[in-house]
Ligand binder design. Sequence first.
Ligand SMILES: Nc1ncnc2c1ncn2[C@@H]1O[C@H](COP(=O)(O)OP(=O)(O)OP(=O)(O)O)[C@@H](O)[C@H]1O
Ligand SMILES: [Mg+2]
Length: 460
Amino acid sequence: MKKISVRLWVQMLLLIGITLGLLWFSQIVMLERYYLYSQVRNIKQEGLALAKVYEDGGSVDLLEKGAEELNLKYNAGVEAYSISGERVFGYSLMPMMMGRAVYKQEVFSETAKGGIVVRQTKHNRLNSNILLVGIPIGEPESIKGVLIISSPLAAIKETKIIIKEQLVIITFILVLISSILAYYFSKAFTKPMLKINEAAARMAEGNLSVKVDVESQDELGMLAGTIRNLSEQLQKIEKLRRDLVANVSHEFRTPLSLIKGYAETIRDVTGDVKEKRDRQLDIILEETDRLRSMVDDTLNMSQMQTDTFKLNIGAFDISAAIGSIAGKFSYMTEKKGIDMEMQGTDKVITVMGDEPQIEQVLYNFVNNAYNHTPSGGWIRIKVAEDKNNVKVEISDNGEGISEEELPYIWDRFYKVSKGSKGTGLGLSIAKEILKAHDSNYGAESMQNEETKFWFTLEKV
Ligand SMILES: Nc1ncnc2c1ncn2[C@@H]1O[C@H](COP(=O)(O)OP(=O)(O)OP(=O)(O)O)[C@@H](O)[C@H]1O
Ligand SMILES: [Mg+2]
């Protein structure tokens, strides 16, 4: 594993290296060149002026003044030679800069040919480089003499040494500081990451209620927030799953124990008593049917909650759908003495939706109304349309639902009366289907007067 601290440190060192390299280059390499360049340029310039003074026959005083200036500025020695090689003028505060050394001879003879000559030579006794600039006196065709200016280049070497020393110290300090900073930065940076990593690892092990106390406002804080959110969501899902399993097994137990009980009774006791036996077999069949519809509902429910649950939306006549569901209940309602009334379904009303699924919703609502309406009561199915939507209402005048219970009836396995026959899934299935349709839906209840379930669909 490449540690962040090491990477940070390496990156910092790289930055420092580049910075110092640039500094080194500009200070050490370029400084020398630039110094030499400007030295040559300036000496040439002043030398030319001095040669002019000489050529124009200026006084020795004037020459000396110019030479003195050159000397002050560049530590330079100034000598003038006649074309025959005789020294006619010399100025230097440093005697060793004078004299006719071999290299000077060379400069002299070359300058005497007519051009400006620049040479650099090592001076043995001074132990430094000497810059020699030869300037011809007079027009190129008629050279009268030669001006030789010699200036030591010692200063730059010393400066370079000082700069080098300073750079070494600065390098050392910067490396030290960057190491310390890299250590602390990476510490501050990796600490929350380690915390988040640990939390995620614990979640992977199944411990979903993790705490991630990273509160910073940056990306890491964001990541911590996401992990916290993930933990909450997973806990919710886990709770749902556990509830579901508990509920399902609880709901299945009742019909199963009835089936088992009656089967045993028939085997041991009533097997030969046709009348009793048939009644008990009827109960067994009824309970088997119930079990099967519970299994169907549960499967339906879990299928609806997967991402693969897709509605098959199309245009259909809601009046016809209502008619078909009402037809299924007509025998039962008649037998129980319930008056079933329909309003607004006498004409074709085309809506958008998944027809079998909407019929399932209608079935669940009407089935509930039927179950909760006593003999002599009524059920009313009403369709009303406005410009864009169709509203379907299923009302009854049964015992209704109290204000406190109303918000919970859509929950899975919720039943107001625990002893009731149903599973408590009908409304939650209806809810899932209506939500998938982007429909509005709701329930209102004035107990024993009118209990109304409604939903809307998009009109074609
Ligand atoms: N029309 C109604 N009148 C009075 N109570 C109702 C009505 N519709 C629903 N309820 C209450 O809401 C609860 C939940 O209804 P839901 O349809 O989800 O479950 P269920 O009818 O008990 O069982 P299932 O429909 O799965 O067989 C019911 O148990 C019942 O108490
Ligand atoms: Mg129901």
